[in-house]
Every structure is written in structure tokens, then in C-alpha cells.
Design a protein around this ligand. Structure first.
Ligand code: ZN
Ligand code: FE
Length: 254
């Protein structure tokens, strides 16, 4: 089993330290910075084996080199990103498995936000570390990939078990919720979730992790098959990919 420590860094990033409970072997997912993470690893006497990056953006790899220098760990990232991940040691592809102590992580390729974007899924712990692909009530911007690629990537994540906890890399939930309401004003699950998120945010508490079940009920980017949503954004009779692209455009201008 994995024990997950969520570390808020920069203005709205989350880095994660995952520790295999049987062996105390640890990995950091997307170190935004070095020092706070180094301190946590030292204080807890965890044995840092890996840094796992979801993609090459600076707020996800900023801590790579200093952390590697301190603990002599291995840096793992997408094969596509092997030229642009600082300190990369090992590159992985879709369907590869990474062993951390007695735990196992599956690599799922999710191009869209960037072309090399990957996510890490632990079935046994029902945990998904999805970087900037899926956010609570939102998804990543399309910097490199097409709407079709991102939509396909999200379909892969939709197939995971509903109880999967979503550990995304940013606290964008409140703003995402306010946007989601403009495209699904009558979605009661969404309105309930927005209230919950407003209360958490007002207390300075994280809204992450959420669950896939919550996201399937509230995240418009995962709900492109719903007729009422299609009607609201004017894509009735069009493909789900066109519906997705339309919602993504609206969000970019929100
Ligand atoms: Zn990014
Ligand atoms: Fe990011």
C-alpha cells in the first residue's frame, strides 16, 4: 500500500511524496521545488528511490536536480520527454510498470496538455497521480496536443474504478467549479460539490484528492456524452470530441 503525503508548493501546485508502507521506499511525484521536499524526506527518514515526472513544465520538474543531488535517486519520465526532463535517468512508455517496494505503479500515456504527458496509477491503493491532465471539475489546457488527443486520454482515465482518488497537480477546483456551472447550470451534483469546495477553500483546506466518482458526476470534460450539456454549449448532433473542444475553448476564455 502507498501512503500519500500531499505538499502544497508555489501558488497552487501540489507535489506528492508516496511511500510504500512495507519498505518505506519513497518517490516524489512532480517536485515543484526542492527544499521543502528534501526537508520532509529527511525528517521522516524515508528512502527516496525515485522522482516521477508527469511532464516537463517547470512547476513539475523544478526540484529534480537538487533533490537528485541530495538523495541520489533515479528520475523517471516519459520517453517522449527524454530531451527535456532535467536529470532524467530512465524513460517509460504507455503500459510500463514501476515497482516501489511492494507497490506497483502503472504508466498511462495521456497526451493533450503536452505530447509527452503521462500519469501514474496504483491499482492496489486506488490512487491516480494525473499531473495536469485531469483536475477536479477541469482538465489541462491544450498546449501541445489536440482536443481529440486530450479527449482520448480522458476516456482512458474514465475507465478506472470509480473509487480511484485523483491526486492532480494543481488546486484549481474553485475556479473550475465556477466555470462548470456555466455549462451545466442544472447539474445538482455539481452545485453540491461547488458548495463543498467553497467551504473548504474558505477554511484554507485542500479540495484534493477528489474521487473519480465525483468527477464523473461534476466534471464537464468527462461528461461530453450528456445531451443537456451538448445543448447548452450548442453541439447537439456533433461528436463528443467537438463537444469537448467547445467546452475547452469556453474555459480558455472564462
Ligand atoms: Zn503543465
Ligand atoms: Fe502545472
Amino acid at each position: 500500500m502507498l501512503q500519500v503525503t500531499q505538499v502544497p508548493l508555489l501558488s497552487d501546485n501540489y507535489s506528492y511524496i508516496i511511500v510504500d508502507s512495507a519498505t518505506q521506499e519513497a518517490a516524489i511525484i512532480d517536485p515543484a521545488l526542492d527544499e521543502p521536499l528534501i526537508d520532509l524526506i529527511e525528517q521522516n527518514n524515508w528512502r527516496l528511490k525515485y522522482i516521477l515526472n508527469t511532464h516537463h513544465h517547470h512547476d513539475h520538474v523544478g526540484g529534480n536536480l537538487a533533490i537528485k543531488k541530495t538523495f541520489d535517486c533515479q528520475i523517471i519520465a516519459s520517453r517522449y520527454d527524454r530531451q527535456r526532463i532535467p536529470g532524467i535517468d530512465q524513460s517509460v512508455n504507455h503500459h510500463d510498470k514501476i515497482r516501489l517496494g511492494e507497490s506497483q505503479l502503472h504508466v498511462i500515456a495521456t497526451p493533450g496538455h503536452t505530447l509527452g504527458h503521462i500519469v501514474y496509477y496504483c491499482a492496489e491503493s486506488a490512487a491516480l497521480f494525473c499531473g495536469d491532465t485531469l483536475f477536479s471539475m477541469g482538465c489541462g489546457r491544450l498546449f501541445e496536443g489536440s482536443a481529440e488527443q486530450m479527449w482520448e486520454s480522458l476516456q482512458l482515465l474514465k475507465q478506472l474504478p470509480e473509487q480511484t482518488r485523483i491526486y492532480c497537480a494543481h488546486e484549481y477546483t474553485l475556479n473550475n467549479g465556477h466555470f462548470a456551472k456555466t455549462v451545466e447550470p442544472n447539474n445538482t451534483a455539481l452545485l453540491t460539490r461547488i458548495n463543498e469546495v467553497e467551504a473548504l477553500t474558505a477554511q484554507g483546506l485542500p479540495t484534493i484528492p477528489c474521487t473519480l466518482k465525483q468527477e464523473l458526476a461534476t466534471n464537464p470534460f468527462l461528461r461530453t456524452e450528456h445531451r443537456t450539456l451538448q445543448q447548452t454549449v450548442g453541439t447537439t448532433g456533433h461528436s463528443e470530441i467537438e463537444t469537448f473542444a467547445t467546452i475547452r475553448n469556453l474555459k480558455d476564455q472564462f
